[in-house]
Write a protein that binds this ligand. Structure first.
Ligand SMILES: [Zn+2]
Length: 219
């Protein structure tokens, strides 16, 4: 999929990695934290002064980014899925999608709103048992054989809590909790723990979001 990027952009990370836009392509060089970069791009595209749900001013230390398709149902941190908003709206929205929340906000009566909210979450939970709550076309199945040869899992294997969580989720639902994120040239940008799990269990295809306008440059 094509992600939203600014026409001009330059970013450097503490890890000595950098990112920049040239000819509508986002280039990433070296190591960069996936979420930090995506958050920065989102703020530069969508602004950071106003809550996109209620219009309230966003104070410097009180701004958040909402996952329009919620994290708890497989929503990943890409600009197309992020919206600057105030902590209050983010909390109230909880595990709803953008359009569910917009619908909910129109309901005047609190008791009716609570009922509708519970029904929406219940429906999402039901749907999530079979996959992610993401737009069609975002996720494809990705053969990770090539990626596995490029990755060393030394650090990842140490994260026992995260690995255990993935193990349990996969055991229960028979699918991963979110897709991995891969650049157009096959560099895994997010989801190393999922790859580690897949490798351990001999799974060769995992759900992935391919960023068709993002290229990783070797160091
Ligand atoms: Zn708000």
């Amino acid at each position: 999929m094509i992600i939203d990027i600014p026409e001009q952009f330059f970013y450097t990370a503490e890890t000595y990695g950098k990112a920049f836009v040239e000819g509508n392509i986002l280039y990433i060089e070296g190591r960069i934290n996936f979420e930090s970069l995506m958050y920065t791009i989102t703020y530069s595209l969508k602004g950071y002064t106003e809550c996109q749900y209620c219009g309230r001013e966003l104070l410097v230390n009180r701004r958040t980014l909402d996952h329009m398709y919620p994290r708890c149902f497989g929503g990943v941190s890409i600009p197309n899925n992020l919206l600057p908003c105030c902590p209050s709206c983010n909390r109230t929205k909880s595990c709803l999608t953008y359009s569910q929340f917009v619908h909910l906000r129109r309901i005047q009566s609190k008791s009716k709103r609570d009922r509708v909210f519970n029904r929406m979450v219940e429906r999402n939970n039901f749907k999530y048992r079979n996959g992610f709550i993401l737009p069609k076309g975002w996720v494809t199945y990705y053969d990770i054989t090539q990626a596995l040869t490029q990755i060393r899992f030394d650090d990842v294997s140490q994260d026992k809590v995260v690995n255990e969580k993935i193990e349990m989720f996969y055991f229960k639902h028979k699918h991963y909790h979110k897709p991995i994120v891969v650049t157009a040239n096959g560099w895994v940008f997010d989801g190393l723990h999922i790859l580690y799990h897949a490798k351990k269990h001999g799974i060769t295809n995992v759900p992935a979001i391919i960023l068709d306008n993002v290229i990783h440059l070797p160091y």
